[in-house]
Design a protein around this ligand. Structure first.
Ligand code: AMP
Ligand code: MG
Length: 473
């Protein structure tokens, strides 16, 4: 492993010791992911490194600096307040390893730097589920309890999570360097980001910067399209939680959409609905604009010209987003191509779903089960009958096998249902392990299988109006 952030600028990666656990227990481990990392650690070393008990091969653990817009308000000094970067792997694919809950750092500002077992389990389950749904995401290698209690509403067991990411370069990382007027630091960060994520960029000078922004915009578009496709609500799309790689990061207040509603919000602190389900495209665009502003620092042209070039890139966001958006709905509806009248077919369905509070996943899963001749696997909701006639007529224009393939790839049968995630967390608190997760995980790993499911795994929340999420740490 190596440290890729040490040379960005002084203060960008701050070496800082990790909190020492008193007794470690590995409670969750992603073996397939560990194999992908190509690390030849012994079992003992693995637990020692992933609990923060020792640093990896001579690399000091460090906390990374970043700024960020939180709910639209700029915070210049965020940074890893409860996380330590361990290093970057050097196998075929390159990954950062970072511990979360590994103790206070110079960025903690009064926070304890720790993580409770519940949010650690949530991160493991959600990231595994989101990854299996085919959405770009950071992954979770392990959850280790530390033997130290942490104080939240009361005392609860503390845990350390190991996050694996293709990088930890955030929009907020660029904002931090822009704020410091760190021109050469930003150039180094740009080169690291290009090397890691967009090696196809060959241009130089201002074009290179603009091409980078273009690629980030495109990966953000793909990411948000996938979130919308599977019904994921991130909940806290602050610029510090926006990676230039286009991976999902931070699963604190996230939730899955159940009753269809573009205005759905679950996070207790998102009072204005800034990060509501249907707001996510606008926010991704807004975050990309904050990246563009930061990149102004390293543009060579005069200010007006530079601004015009970056603005041109940003202006394409909506066009590309809308193209991808139509393709997404076409796939969800089983339409190999999209014509104008399909807009009406779609909006009629969405209005019906909203008015009848239909479950997003189960409605599309029921349509898919019709298309793949597994009728009955999911019950078609009442209220759709008239619409169904129109939809069946439209898909009959295409090859049935093609329709079936499109739909079964776009519409998951299994998603990480909010109530089940909470039950798994409860079991971990009560028993230290989760029999429910043991049964559920194989299904979460194969969400497009369309087999007979125990109702437990497809039922929506029993008291949806009560469900809230928290930026829990
Ligand atoms: P997040 O909401 O997870 O994106 O975190 C926002 C900021 O708050 C980051 O700078 C975190 O490092 C910091 N933070 C969150 N929880 C804690 C904690 N328990 N102790 C110290 N800092 C924290
Ligand atoms: Mg964060």
């Amino acid at each position: 492993m190596q440290n890729d952030y040490a040379t960005i600028t002084e203060g960008f990666a701050v070496d800082y010791p990790m909190a020492q656990p008193s007794s470690v227990k590995l409670v969750l481990f992603n073996k397939e992911l560990f194999e992908k990392l190509e690390l030849n650690w012994t079992e003992k070393e693995t637990v020692s490194y992933l609990s923060g008990s020792s640093c990896v091969g001579g690399i000091s653990a460090s906390a990374l600096a970043y700024s960020g817009h939180q709910f639209g308000h700029f915070n210049p000094t965020l940074g890893d307040g409860r996380a330590h970067y361990l290093g970057t792997t050097q196998g075929k694919d390159i990954f950062d390893l970072q511990l979360k809950g590994s103790g206070a750092t110079p960025f903690s500002r009064g926070g304890d730097g720790l993580c409770a077992l519940g949010p650690a389990v949530r991160e493991f389950v959600m990231s595994q589920a989101i990854q299996s749904l085919g959405v770009k995401t950071t992954e979770c290698l392990s959850v280790i309890t530390t033997g130290n209690d942490v104080y939240r509403q009361g005392y609860v067991p503390g845990a350390v999570v190991c996050r694996v990411a293709s990088s930890h370069i955030r929009v907020g990382s660029f904002q931090y360097l822009a704020l410091q007027q760190e021109k050469s630091g930003m150039e180094r960060l740009l080169e690291l980001a290009i090397k890691r994520h967009y090696p196809q960029i060959q241009s130089q000078g201002d074009d290179r910067v603009c091409d980078f922004l273009k690629h980030v915009c495109n990966t953000q578009i793909s990411l948000i399209i996938d979130w919308l496709r599977v019904g994921f609500i991130h909940g806290v799309m602050n610029t510090d939680n926006c990676l230039v790689s286009g991976e999902t990061i931070d699963f604190g207040p996230c939730a899955m959409l159940e009753a269809f509603d573009f205005n759905a919000v679950f996070s207790s602190i998102d009072k204005q609905g800034r990060y509501a389900f249907g707001q996510q495209p606008n926010i991704a665009h807004w975050n990309c604009a904050r990246l563009a502003e930061s990149l102004m620092l390293i543009m060579e042209d005069d200010e007006e010209q530079a601004l015009a070039k970056l603005t041109d890139v940003l202006n394409d966001f909506s066009k590309y987003f809308n193209e991808a958006y139509h393709i997404m709905w076409a796939q969800k509806l089983g339409l190999p191509d999209w014509r104008d009248s399909d807009n009406e077919l779609l909006s009629e369905l969405l209005v019906l779903m909203k008015n009848h509070q239909l479950d997003y996943t189960n409605t599309f899963a029921a349509l898919t089960s019709l298309a793949i001749n597994k009728e009955g696997l999911f019950t078609l909701p009442a209220g759709l009958n008239e619409w169904l006639v129109k939809w069946k007529k439209r898909i009959s224009e295409f090859d049935a096998a093609e329709v079936a393939t499109l739909m079964s790839k776009a519409n998951p049968a299994i998603v990480p249902r909010n109530e089940l995630v909470e039950k798994v967390i409860e079991e971990f608190y009560e028993k230290g392990h989760s029999p429910l997760l043991n049964k559920w995980l194989p299904l979460l790993k194969n969400p497009y299988d369309y087999q007979e499911y125990d109702l437990v795994f497809t039922a929506r929340h029993s008291k949806p109006e009560t469900y809230q999420t928290f930026c829990g740490t």
